[in-house]
Every structure is written in structure tokens, then in C-alpha cells.
Design a protein around this ligand. Structure first.
Ligand code: BGC
Length: 736
């Protein structure tokens, strides 16, 4: 479905310039120009500086620094804002920013988890409350949403994004931007967003953080740019350029992506900030000789604000004198920053009511939304013999290193969340079934680098106690996974099995013969082949945030029927990586039984363990009757696909109906499937609903290897079903 249809309902940022052909706000543009006209070169360069919490002080604030990030004490924010506004010559307020990625104080599930909900309302709820809490603290910009598409489970930051699919990623990106900014981000409970990391940061070679990326033009446009475009179309007024290089061009020194695409083609008239010291790192990239040269490359490429390193302020005047950077470019960067500050209302309302900030955090409505979001984000991967839901009248043994853990439930970007805010699995289950015990089995301590046997469930000394606890209970919940420190930035893993001896713990519990479920907390797809072989039931709970334990209990006991689907492929073995559903075909498609085909000799299938879009429920569904409104679609017309979904079980539940297309004959090979529509529906037992999707040129077209969007006449296959392995099929023909 065309994204425009999905984002059209949401208003776009108000004030000043504006995207998608929205006229500039003459009031704001006039103010920006008047202010710019009064600024000295030094004052202009100061606006281009973005300082960390450890860099800001009174003298920096009085000089008129442009932005500050990671400061979260509202009293200090208010203090520095007073200094900037009252003591700097032109009284320009500071833009305070923060990484509000999955909540500010009320921590929601990690974004990869929220994407599993296939429900943009989950992302909307997260960003609505997150913006309220962030703005109440005096922060007006968030370095979010993180919209990097990734095929790399080894990469720790896959946890921060929406997974491997550009369509799902675009829907979620737009929802987040609209929720955080509203129709006017000067509102007291709104902030300006900064989609990141521009661009293609999600595909580092080998999955190793910050590593280089070699990227075809068609992939860049078809897979990696769409969520950024969706975010900009939804009103995102700032963006962050990335650490990595694509095709030898570093993200913060890339005129093509920054100036040509983001600013000129897409019309983003706010600013681009660099990632942390990324301007200085242009020297390490081998594209700048020294700090001044790095400033030259970054400024001329389109990076407007420099985070942490200080090459712009240090060398800007010299670069101007040497005609290596123009005043026109400096003025453009300053204008963009001032424009966002005016739109954010900072000149009218620079200060925060810091004494009230605490009263806006962790409020009951936000906490309730976090619980709901966590429940909707969980994915039931296996449920043999009706192991789940558990019976709340029977005793439960919670076992495992993450079973009574608050710290890790908050995930890798915990904002200002506190461990004591989080509900553990043990507490959540006990609240619904008082006859519950907890035994850790082993410890998972998050040492970096790992320090076995003391870390990562390295010791089996606690296993006998765990076995005894299992034997004493009627049902077992095994809470396993990674620590929050094992995912996120700079946390690449070469082995994505369950860390340490957790698999042995599963095997010991299995040997007791008690019914058990493995509940997983993790920030990436893990290789679960052995877990799947041993466990009768597996629930992917991700890192669920402050309400993780309650939400797990809701799902385990059936108050919430799981309806999430995987937003990313789970491989059988790390050797299959990268493995993703929307791959191009090969001349010799996989046939594991025949040598001269695209296959691994040591894996009996080419399939992943769990495909994209997969997830079970406590009820069953039948999807049928895929019908197209027409057998042909003029290239500027549309076709409607309808499909029926029926709850064939005995419990109410959610199914995510998914629509994929494939272009079987094109000038460049097209992915075997591409998601172009999804809808999560709730159905009572026996109930049927008809779901409708509209396809148009934005769905059937693709970007070619010159970055041009083309719609080619010919057949389009349409698939509908409950995962990327959907089998219902119809076809239509695109006519010129
Ligand atoms: C990360 C960014 C983040 C920035 C500021 C960097 O290390 O890559 O995602 O926004 O730090 O905290």
C-alpha cells in the first residue's frame, strides 16, 4: 500500500519552511534572516557546535553554543538555557537533545520488539509518552527514530530499529515521527525528531559495528532509504549522518546522500547533525588530512552541526579565509538550525518548569501503555501440545538468569529509566499465580569482554537447585537470553547462540519431564535451532521495558493472546547470515538435495529457522479468498486486493494479514517477495473479516541502478498470508 495513504492522516510539522512543497512560513523565515544578519562569524560557528553533557558549562553556554545532548537534569538544562538566553549577545536558546529511543523514563519495549507488533499504534504510544516525558525535562530534540534497515543479527544495533523490511520500517518510522512531533513540535509535550543514521548504517560488513558498507545504488534506494524518506515526509526536521562509509564515502562527508537526496530531493529544510565525533573520524576514514580538512569535507557535504568534536568552530574562520568553505554554506547551516529552533518555539518559551518535570514522568497512563505495548510486541515461536497458556491454578517455577531481573528488562537504550521501575518476570508471574518460585540456575553478568565461567551463565553450579525447583513445580518458565549490554551500540557478536550454558540448562529442565516454556529476552535474532529442538514452547519477549514481567505474565497465562510477528529473519546458523526474506532470486535457486544449486552442503534446507512475518497464536486462523479488483493496472492507476481471515479456533486472538508482491520479469532482478501491506486484526472465535489493500505504482515500481524509480509494464504476482511464506497467489498486469 502506498505509504502516502498511511501517513496522510498525520499532520506535518508546522512553522517555517516545510516539506513536500509546503510553503515556507514567512514569519519564521523573516526572523531567521533578521537574526542571521546580526551574527558574527564566530557566533555562526558556535551555532554549528553540538556539545555533550560533559562539555557544556557556563562559558560555553554564554558563547552561544548551538546544541547540547545527553543532559537530563531539568534544573541544569534550565540553568544553561538561562545563561545562553540571558548572557549570549544575541540571546539564542540552546537546542537540548537526547536519545529517546524506546521511552524516556517510562521505558517501552525495544524498537525491534515494537516492530514485531506489526501495529503502528504501538510505536505511536511509545513516542507519544516518550515525547511528553522528554519535553517536560526541557529537551526539544530526540535522536530518534532509528530507522536503519538491517540484515545483520550479529550487529548489536539491530535492536534499535524495525528490522529487515523497508515497508514495515517506513510505516513505523512515520508513526514515530508523527507521534513525537504532533502537528506542531513547539507544543509543550512534543519534540523534533532526528531519524538516523543516514545512511545504510545497518549493513556493516561482517556485522561488526562501525564497519564499512559496499552498497549498490538499487539496494540503497529500495531497502535503506525508504524509512528515512517516510520519516521526512512525516515531518522529521532534523537527521543524523552515520559513522559508516558506503562505497568509500563516509556518512557525514557524503554530498550525495546529505545534500542531493535528503535536502534537495526530499526537501528537508532542517539540519543534519553528525554522529558522535563523526566529523573528526573522517580523518580515520582516510578522506580528510586533519581536523580542518574534516570540517571542510563535512560542511561541504551537508553536515550542519558537529557533535562533540570541534573542528567547525576551531577551523571555520580559516576555511572561510582560504575559500575552502563558503559563507553561503555556513549561512545555510545556521539558517537550518535557527529555523528548527524557531519551529520548536524555543525563542518564545526557552525555559522548562524544572520543578514540575518529575511529576510528568512514569505516570499511570504511560505505564499502562508500556504494558500493552510489551504484550503486543511478543512473538510466540513455538507452542507444541498446547503448552501455553499456562494454568494459573498450578504452581510455577521461574528459572533462569533473567527470571528475577529488572536491569536487563529495560534494554539497550534505557533513557532515564531506572532498574527499580521495572517489573521482573518472577514478580509479574507471582502477581497472577502466587504459587511461584524463582531459582536463577546461573548468573548472566554482562562483562565486556565476556569472562567465562563467571559471566554469561558460565557456571552450572546452580543447575541442581534449578532442577529441584522444576521437580517441585507443576510448570516451568525458563527466562533466558542476553543481557541488555550485549545488544545495542558497539555490541556485535560473532556467535548468536544463547550465551554460556543456557542451552544446557534447557536440556536439564527438559529431562525433568515437566512442561516448560522458554521465554527469551534479547535484542537480536538468535540462532535457536537447539532451543527449538528441545523446548515445547518458545516466547520471544525481546527486552520489554518497565512492564516486561507483567506483560510476560499476561501472555503466558492467556490474558493477552500473542499476535506479534517477526520483523526479521531468524537463521538456523550464523553461517546463513545475511539471510532475509526479500532477497533477489539466483540463476540456481536453492535445492538442498542437488549440489549445483545455491545451498549449504551442511544445512539440509535453505530456509531460516523462523521466517520474516512468522508468529503463532493460542488460536488458529484461516486466510483465504485472495481477490483482485482487476487483472490489469494502468501504471498510474491502482488495484485492490481483498482477503478473508477467519478465527478457526476457540479463543479470541490477533492475526497479522500480510500482502507481498513479486515482479517476476523486470530489467533488474526483483526480490522474491516484498511486503506491501499488513493489517493486524482481532477476531472472536468463528469471526471472519475481510482485509483490503490497495496497490499502486509506489508498490509495483522499484529503483534501478541509477537511483531512478521505474514502473515497468508486465505481470505482478500478489501473495497473501500469515508470514513471508504466504501461499495464496493472484496476478495482475501493469499496463503502460
Ligand atoms: C550513537 C548515536 C547517538 C549518539 C549520541 C552515538 O554513539 O551512534 O545513535 O545518537 O551517540 O548519544
Amino acid at each position: 500500500m502506498a505509504l502516502s495513504a498511511l501517513v496522510a492522516g498525520g499532520a506535518v510539522a508546522a512553522g517555517g519552511g516545510g516539506h513536500k512543497g509546503k510553503p515556507a512560513n514567512p514569519g519564521i523565515e523573516g526572523k531567521v534572516n533578521a537574526l542571521l544578519g546580526k551574527m558574527t562569524t564566530d557566533e555562526k560557528l558556535e551555532q554549528l557546535q553540538l556539545e555533550a553533557d560533559w562539555q557544556i558549562n557556563d562559558s560555553e553556554a554564554a558563547k552561544g553554543v548551538g546544541g547540547v545532548f545527553s543532559l537530563t537534569d531539568p534544573q541544569k538544562i534550565n540553568h544553561f538555557q538561562h545563561v545562553a538566553v540571558e548572557q549570549s549577545r544575541l540571546h539564542i536558546p540552546i537546542l537540548f537533545a537526547f536519545d529517546t529511543i524506546h521511552g524516556f523514563r517510562t521505558i517501552f519495549p525495544i524498537p525491534l520488539g515494537e516492530a514485531s507488533s506489526f501495529d503502528p499504534d504501538v510505536a505511536t504510544a511509545d513516542d507519544t509518552y516518550a515525547a511528553r516525558e522528554t519535553a517536560a525535562t526541557g529537551l526539544k530534540q530526540i535522536y530518534s527514530p532509528m530507522v536503519d534497515i538491517s540484515h545483520e543479527p550479529r550487529w548489536g544495533r539491530i535492536s534499535e530499529g524495525a528490522g529487515e523490511d523497508p515497508y514495515l520500517g517506513s510505516v513505523i518510522a512515520a508513526a514515530r515521527v508523527q507521534a513525537a512531533q504532533g502537528s506542531d513540535y513547539s507544543a509543550m509535550d512534543k519534540v523534533v525528531t532526528s531519524p538516523k543514521h543516514f545512511a545504510a548504517y545497518g549493513q556493516p560488513e561482517g556485522g561488526r559495528e562501525y564497519n564499512t558498507t559496499d552498497m549498490s545504488v538499487q539496494r540503497l534506494w529500495n531497502l535503506y532509504l525508504p524509512p528515512f524518506k517516510a520519516a521526512v515526509d512525516a515531518g522529521a526536521d532534523t537527521a543524523m549522518c552515520s559513522f559508516n562509509a558506503i562505497n568509500g564515502v563516509a556518512g557525514c562527508g557524503n554530498p550525495e546522500t546529505e545534500t542531493e537526496i535528503l535536502k534537495k530531493q526530499w526537501g528537508m529544510d532542517g539540519f543534519i547533525e553528525s554522529d558522535y565525533t563523526a566529523v573528526n573520524e573522517l580523518i580515520n576514514h582516510g578522506v580528510a588530512a586533519d581536523g580542518a580538512d574534516a570540517a571542510r569535507v563535512a560542511l561541504n557535504a551537508g553536515t550542519d552541526m558537529e557533535m562533540v568534536s570541534t573542528n567547525y568552530v576551531d577551523s571555520g574562520k580559516q576555511l572561510l579565509a582560504d575559500h575552502l568553505v563558503s559563507m553561503k554554506r555556513i549561512d545555510d547551516a545556521v539558517r537550518r538550525i535557527l529555523r528548527v529552533k524557531f519551529r520548536a518555539g524555543l525563542f518564545d518559551q526557552p525555559y522548562v518548569d524544572w520543578q514540575a518535570a518529575d511529576s510528568k514522568q512514569l505516570l499511570p497512563d504511560a505505564v499502562a501503555a508500556a504494558r500493552k505495548a510489551a504484550g503486543r510486541s511478543m512473538v510466540l515461536l513455538k507452542n507444541n501440545g498446547g503448552t501455553l497458556p499456562l494454568d494459573p491454578t498450578k504452581s510455577v517455577a521461574v528459572i533462569g538468569p533473567l527470571g528475577d531481573n529488572q536491569h536487563d528488562m529495560l534494554g539497550p537504550w534505557w533513557g532515564t529509566g531506572r532498574d527499580q521501575d521495572a517489573v521482573t518476570v518472577f514478580d509479574g508471574i507471582k502477581a497472577q499465580d502466587p504459587n511461584t518460585t524463582f531459582t536463577p540456575g546461573c548468573e548472566i553478568l554482562d562483562k565486556d569482554p565476556p569472562d567465562p565461567p563467571n559471566d554469561e551463565c558460565g557456571s552450572d553450579a546452580g543447575f541442581p537447585a534449578a532442577v529441584a525447583a522444576a521437580q517441585a513445580a507443576q510448570q516451568v518458565v525458563l527466562a533466558l537470553g542476553e543481557t541488555r549490554g550485549e545488544s545495542g551500540e558497539a555490541e556485535s557478536r560473532s556467535d548468536i547462540d544463547l550465551p554460556g550454558k543456557q542451552q544446557e540448562l534447557i536440556d536439564m529442565i527438559k529431562a525433568t519431564g515437566k512442561p516448560f516454556v522458554v521465554v527469551l529476552f534479547n535484542g537480536r535474532p538468535l540462532t535457536l535451532t537447539k532451543v527449538d529442538a528441545a523446548a515445547p514452547a518458545i516466547l520471544e519477549a525481546w527486552f520489554g521495558g518497565v512492564q516486561a514481567g507483567n506483560a510476560v505474565a499476561d501472555v503466558l497465562f492467556g490474558a493477552v493472546n500473542p499476535g506479534g510477528k517477526l520483523p526479521v529473519t531468524f537463521p538456523r546458523s550464523v553461517g546463513q547470515v545475511p539471510i532475509y526474506y526479500n532477497h533477489e532470486p539466483t540463476g540456481r535457486p536453492c535445492d538442498p538435495t542437488f549440489k549445483w544449486n545455491s545451498r549449504y552442503r551442511d544445512i539440509p534446507t535453505c530456509a531460516p529457522l523462523y521466517p520474516f512475518g512468522f508468529g503463532l497464536s493460542y488460536t488458529t486462523f484461516a486466510i483465504s479468498n485472495l481477490t483482485l479488483s482487476s487483472q490489469t493496472m494502468p501504471s498510474h492507476g491502482s488495484v485492490t486486493a481483498t482477503v478473508d481471515v477467519k478465527n478457526t479456533g476457540t479463543r479470541s486472538g490477533d492475526e497479522v494479514v500480510q500482502l507481498y508482491i513479486h515482479d517476476p520479469v523486470a530489467t533488474i532482478s526483483q526480490p522474491v517477495r516484498r511486503l506491501r501491506g499488513f493489517q493486524r486484526v482481532t477476531l472472536a472465535p468463528g469471526e471472519t473479516k475481510t482485509v483490503t489493500f490497495t496497490l499502486d505504482r509506489s508498490d509495483v515500481g522499484f529503483y534501478d541502478n541509477s537511483g531512478k524509480f521505474v514502473v515497468e509494464p508486465g505481470a505482478i504476482d500478489v501473495y497473501a498470508g500469515d508470514s513471508s511464506e504466504a501461499t495464496l497467489k493472484q496476478s495482475f498486469t501493469v499496463t503502460p
